[in-house]
Design a protein around this ligand. Structure first.
Ligand code: ATP
Length: 585
C-alpha cells in the first residue's frame, strides 16, 4: 500500500485564493446574482415592517381602509420577494454551474499534467478520490452551498439592519443568544477543518486499499495473503469509521447548542420591549416587528450554520483539489528553446526506489543524435528504470542525464515531456473519439495530420471505423484490441514529435507479425530521432545501431551486433540460444 506519500493539499491561503479566483471568472453573473438577491431581500424586509405599522394603526384606532392599504403593500412585497428569490436562485445556480465546470476542467488539465512519479507516489486511490468525491463536492459548494449561504447571509444582514433602524436597544437583545452560540461555534470550528480533512483522507485510503486489493487479487490469492489484505482493509475502514464518528460528534454538540440559544433573544426582545412600551419609548408595532425579526433572523443564521458543516467539508475538498492544481502550477516556464539535438549522455547514474538498494548502478553511456540503441537484459536488470530516468520521470540519485547537452533535472516537466517521449506496453484507450485520443499528444493537430500519423504506424483498422476520426472507441461497444491500442499510442508519438523516443517493450503486446510491421513503419518515422528501445525480441536488438546489455543494474556490454558477437559475452550467448530456438521451431 503506497499511502505514505499523498498528493499535496493546498494550505488555507492557497485555498482562499482558489475560491476567489473561481468567482473572478464570472464577474458579470456575480453582479446579476447579487442584484436579484438584494432585491429579494429588500422586498422580504417590507412584510415584518408593515406588520408593525398595522399593529400601530390598530392600536391607534385607524380606519379599516388604512389597514387594508398597508395589508396590500405587505402582500405585494411577499409576491415581489418570491419572484426575485426565484430569479436570484436561478442566477446563483447558473453561477455555481459555470464555476464548477471551470474547476472541473482545470482539475482534469492539472491531473494530466502531474509528474508521473508524483501521481504514482500518491497512489491511484488518492487521485481517484479527489476526482470522484472531492471535485463533485467542490462543485456542490459553488452550486448549492454558496447559494444558500450568500442568500441567507444577505437576509440576516437585512433583518439586523431593520432592527437597528427600528430600535438599537431592542437589537441588543440579539446578544442574549450570542455567548452560548459563540462558544458552540468556536469549539466546533477549531476542530472541524482537521476533522473533515482527516475524514476525506481516510476515505481516499479506503478506496486505495480496495482498488489495490481488487487489482492484485490473483497475487494475493497465490501468495496466500488474504488475511493480511483483510487486516489492512479493516484498518483503513476502521480509520474511516473513526474519522466519520468524530465529525458526527462535532455536529451533534454544535446544533443542539445553537437551537437552545435562539429563543433567548426573542424572550429578551419581548421582556425589554414590554418594559420600553410601558415607558412609552417604543410603540407596540416596533416591539412586534422586532420580536418577529429576532425570530426570523435565526432561520438564515441557522441555515448558514447548517451549511457551515457542508462548507467545511467542501473547503477541505477544495484544498485537496487545489493541491493538485498548485502542484502542476508550481512549475516555472522554460524560457529557453528546447534542445533540437537528440544526444543522450548518461554519466555515472545511480537510482534506488525509496530507501531500497540501487537498481541502476553507475551507468555511463553516450548515445549519438539519431542513433538507435537497443537495451536488453534479464528481467529486473533495471532497463525500465533506466528508461524512466532518460524520460525524466525520475531523477538519478547520483550522476546526471543530459539530453541535447542540457541536464534533464534542470528542465521543467513540460519541457522534458516535449523533448523525450516514453512509450510503454500499457496503452490506455480513452473512452472518447479517435480524434480526442490522438490529440492528447498534439492538441492543435488537424485531421489530416491525425490520419497521416495513423497511416504511418500501419493502423489499417482505421479504414473500417464507421465515423472516421469521430468514432468513439474505448467503451464496451467498441473496444480496441491490444494491437489497435498500441497503434494509437504509437501514432501519438508521431504527433508529439519528440527528439528522443524511448520504447519500453512498446510492441510486446502485438503478435510477432504486427510488431514487426509496426516497428518497420515506426522505423521510417523514427528516422533522424534518437531511439532507445528496451527490447525483449532479439531481432529488434539486431536491427538497432548498437546494443546495450544490462545486468543487475549495471551496463555490462555495449556495441554493435557484430562487435558483441565477437566479444562472446552475454549478448553473444543470448543470440546463439535464440538462433538455436528458432532453428528448433
Ligand atoms: P523487466 O524486463 O521485467 O521489466 P527491467 O529490467 O525493466 O525488468 P526494472 O523494471 O527497471 O527492470 O526493475 C529493476 C528493479 O527495480 C527490480 O528489482 C524491480 O523489482 C525494482 N522496481 C521496479 N519498479 C519499482 C518500484 N516502483 N518500486 C520499487 N522497486 C521497483
Amino acid at each position: 500500500m503506497s499511502t505514505e506519500k499523498r498528493l499535496p493539499v493546498a494550505d488555507r491561503r492557497q485555498t482562499r485564493r482558489a475560491f476567489w479566483r473561481a468567482f473572478r471568472q464570472e464577474k458579470g453573473l456575480v453582479a446579476v446574482a447579487f442584484l436579484f438577491n438584494a432585491l429579494s431581500t429588500g422586498a422580504a424586509i417590507v412584510a415584518p415592517l408593515y406588520l408593525g405599522y398595522i399593529v400601530d394603526d390598530i392600536a391607534a384606532g385607524a380606519s379599516m381602509s388604512t389597514v387594508d392599504d398597508k395589508a396590500v403593500v405587505l402582500l405585494a412585497s411577499i409576491a415581489v420577494s418570491a419572484v426575485f428569490t426565484w430569479l436570484g436562485t436561478w442566477a446563483l445556480g447558473m453561477l455555481g454551474e459555470r464555476i464548477s465546470a471551470y474547476l472541473r476542467e482545470r482539475f482534469i488539465d492539472s491531473s494530466l499534467a502531474l509528474p508521473l512519479s508524483v501521481a504514482e507516489a500518491g497512489g491511484t486511490g488518492d487521485l481517484l478520490t479527489r476526482t470522484v468525491n472531492d471535485v463533485p463536492l467542490v462543485a456542490f459548494l459553488f452550486r448549492d452551498g454558496l447559494n444558500r449561504v450568500a442568500f441567507n447571509g444577505m437576509k440576516a444582514a437585512a433583518y439586523l439592519g431593520a432592527m437597528l433602524w427600528l430600535s438599537p436597544l431592542l437589537t441588543l437583545c440579539l446578544l442574549a443568544s450570542v455567548p452560548i452560540s459563540w462558544a458552540g461555534m468556536r469549539w466546533y470550528l477549531k476542530r472541524a477543518r482537521d476533522g473533515y480533512l482527516k475524514e476525506r483522507a481516510s476515505e481516499a485510503e479506503v478506496s486505495e486499499v480496495l482498488t489495490g486489493t481488487a487489482e492484485g487479487a490473483r497475487t494475493t490469492e497465490s501468495y496466500g495473503l488474504q488475511r493480511r489484505r483483510t487486516a489492512v482493509a479493516e484498518e483503513s475502514v476502521g480509520n474511516f469509521y473513526r474519522a466519520n464518528r468524530y465529525t458526527l460528534y462535532l455536529r451533534s454538540w454544535m446544533f443542539p447548542t445553537l437551537d437552545a440559544s435562539y429563543p433567548l433573544s426573542t424572550a429578551a426582545v419581548l421582556l425589554l420591549g414590554g418594559y420600553l412600551y410601558f415607558q412609552g419609548s417604543v410603540s407596540l408595532g416596533v416591539v412586534a416587528t422586532c420580536a418577529i425579526l429576532s425570530r426570523q433572523i435565526s432561520y438564515p443564521i441557522d441555515s448558514i450554520l447548517m451549511w457551515i458543516e457542508g462548507l467545511q467539508k467542501a473547503f477541505a475538498a477544495l484544498s485537496r483539489v487545489e493541491g493538485v492544481l498548485v502542484m502542476s502550477e508550481d512549475e516555472p516556464e522554460y524560457g529557453r528553446p528546447l534542445p533540437s539535438e537528440g544526444t543522450v549522455e548518461i554519466a555515472g547514474a545511480h537510482y534506488a526506489y525509496g530507501d531500497g538498494p540501487d537498481v541502476v548502478s553507475d551507468v555511463t553511456m553516450s548515445i549519438a543524435a539519431g542513433e538507435h540503441l537497443a537495451v536488453i537484459g534479464p528481467s529486473g536488470a533495471g532497463k525500465s528504470t533506466l528508461a524512466r530516468l532518460v524520460a525524466g520521470i525520475d531523477h538519478p540519485r547520483a550522476g546526471e542525464i543530459r539530453v541535447g547537452g542540457t541536464d534533464l533535472a534542470e528542465m521543467p516537466m513540460s519541457a522534458r515531456r516535449r523533448l523525450v517521449t516514453l512509450v510503454t506496453q500499457d496503452n490506455h484507450v480513452f473512452h472518447t473519439s479517435i480524434r480526442d485520443n490522438l490529440r492528447l499528444a498534439a492538441p492543435h493537430a488537424g485531421d489530416d495530420d491525425l490520419k497521416e500519423a495513423l497511416a504511418t504506424v500501419g493502423a489499417e483498422w482505421f479504414d473500417d471505423m464507421p465515423d472516421g476520426l469521430d468514432t468513439v472507441v474505448g467503451g464496451t461497444e467498441r473496444e480496441l484490441d491490444a494491437a489497435a491500442a498500441q497503434h494509437l499510442s504509437l501514432a501519438r508519438v508521431v504527433l508529439a514529435d519528440p527528439v528522443v523516443v524511448i520504447l519500453d517493450e512498446a510492441t510486446s503486446m502485438l503478435n510477432p507479425q504486427s510488431a514487426r510491421t509496426a516497428e518497420q513503419s515506426l522505423g521510417q518515422v523514427l528516422e533522424g530521432r534518437t531511439v532507445i528501445a528496451i527490447a525483449h525480441r532479439l531481432h529488434t536488438a539486431h536491427d538497432a545501431d548498437r546494443i546495450a546489455v544490462m545486468e543487475e543494474g549495471r551496463l555490462t556490454e555495449i556495441g554493435t551486433h557484430d562487435e558483441l558477437l565477437e566479444r562472446e559475452g552475454a549478448y553473444s550467448s543470448l543470440w546463439h540460444t535464440w538462433l538455436g530456438d528458432r532453428a528448433a521451431v
